[in-house]
Design a protein around this ligand. Structure first.
Ligand code: COI
Length: 357
């Protein structure tokens, strides 16, 4: 039985939804309902509702506003050719959300509650799931924050969990050039790099601005200790394709986000005659490999981004084009395969899809 039960949320007329779905952008429109639950030491998780998406009253002393106790997730619902609607690997997001909560001294949300919240939100807002034209889908943004009024520093004693739903297009419409920042770091040993917490994105913004100033769209993050190892792309995991058939990505080291798309591409690799390899990748090996032709393609991936070809890298010392500067054949084939499974036009060989409506 569903935990999250819909109330009397007013429904947006179908013709208005149809208008919004013509050009959904990313985060411009929201579903009629959002899911919500709260946590207190006495009651644990309680108050599971689908309520109208809208403002939430908060005291300016809210813990999350002062000390950043906030985590989030991103997953998508896809419309298939027969009009049915499916989530992609929601269990992976549920498990990562619980790990992020533990790292941030927050109460983990039981994985079955996470899955129920996204399933019920999508099921009650099916009209907002777009047709797949151009890669459109519904993005789900579950998040949790310390909601106690708290100025003294400690883990909060009250938390709110909310899921927002929104029709979206892929986040990066064009191939990317990544900026190798000389002076900022995203994560460190013992830090929060593998947690999906808002703070990781806040600290990255200054380097993203630097990237834009340098004619790039995102950052390629290096390890903070030696600045010699590739970790991940901003908002995405990073991959290289080698001339001898490896699909190479930096191994998870506690400082890299364990991406669901990353994991899925490693599983698909053998179906494209690629050997999945997770190991340390030095910046020197990456740049030398691109220059010599040993690395033929690079791309970055994530739920929002899907698979974005990386066609160039730039640092204060180096500017290099990958291959011929256009998206490579392997990148395109992996993208076609993954999105084919998500949109129901390719066999779901790993049973990743979870039907909602
Ligand atoms: C996601 O891919 O789900 C993210 O959280 C990245 C963000 C750029 C939307």
């Amino acid at each position: 039985m569903a935990l999250f039960i819909a109330g009397n949320t007013p429904r947006t007329p179908h013709r208005e939804i149809a208008e919004a779905l013509k050009d959904p952008g990313f985060g411009r429109w929201f579903t009629d309902d959002m899911a919500r639950a709260d946590w207190s030491p006495e009651q644990g998780w309680h108050g599971f509702v689908l309520a109208p998406t809208g403002a939430i009253p908060m005291h300016p002393g809210l813990a999350a506003l002062h000390y950043g106790q906030e985590i989030f997730e991103g997953l998508k619902a896809y419309r298939h050719p027969d009009s049915s609607v499916w989530l992609f690997r929601p269990g992976m997001n549920a498990a990562r959300f619980a790990r992020s909560a533990t790292r941030m001294a927050m109460p983990p949300l039981p994985e079955e509650v996470f899955i129920d919240s996204v399933v019920e939100l999508v099921a009650h807002n099916l009209a907002w799931v777009p047709e797949p034209t151009g890669g459109a889908s519904m993005y789900l943004r579950p998040f949790m924050f310390g909601s106690e009024t708290l100025i003294g520093v400690r883990a909060a004693n009250a938390y709110t969990y909310i899921v927002l739903g929104m029709p979206v297009m892929p986040f990066y419409p064009d191939p990317l050039r990544l900026w190798i920042t000389p002076n900022y770091s995203r994560s460190m040993a013992g830090g929060t790099g593998e947690a999906k917490c808002g703070g990781n994105y806040a600290t990255a913004l200054i380097a993203e601005n630097q990237a834009h100033d340098m004619g790039c769209q995102q950052v390629l993050w290096l390890d903070s200790a030696t600045r010699s190892l590739v970790e991940e792309g901003g908002t995405m995991n990073f991959f290289a394709v080698t001339a001898d058939g490896e699909l190479l990505t930096p191994a998870l080291n506690g400082q890299i986000l364990a991406g669901v798309t990353r994991d899925s591409l490693l599983a698909l690799a053998p179906h494209h005659d690629l050997t999945p390899v997770e190991r340390e990748l030095t910046l020197d090996e990456l740049l030398d490999g691109i220059a010599s032709g040993r690395i033929t393609e690079t791309f970055a991936c994530g739920t929002a981004a899907v698979i974005s070809p990386v066609v160039g890298l730039r640092s204060p010392d180096v500017e290099i084009t990958v291959g011929d500067g256009t998206p490579g054949a392997t990148t395109r084939a992996l993208r076609e395969h993954l999105t084919g499974i998500q949109f129901g036009t390719r066999d779901d060989i790993f049973h990743w899809m979870h039907r909602v409506g």
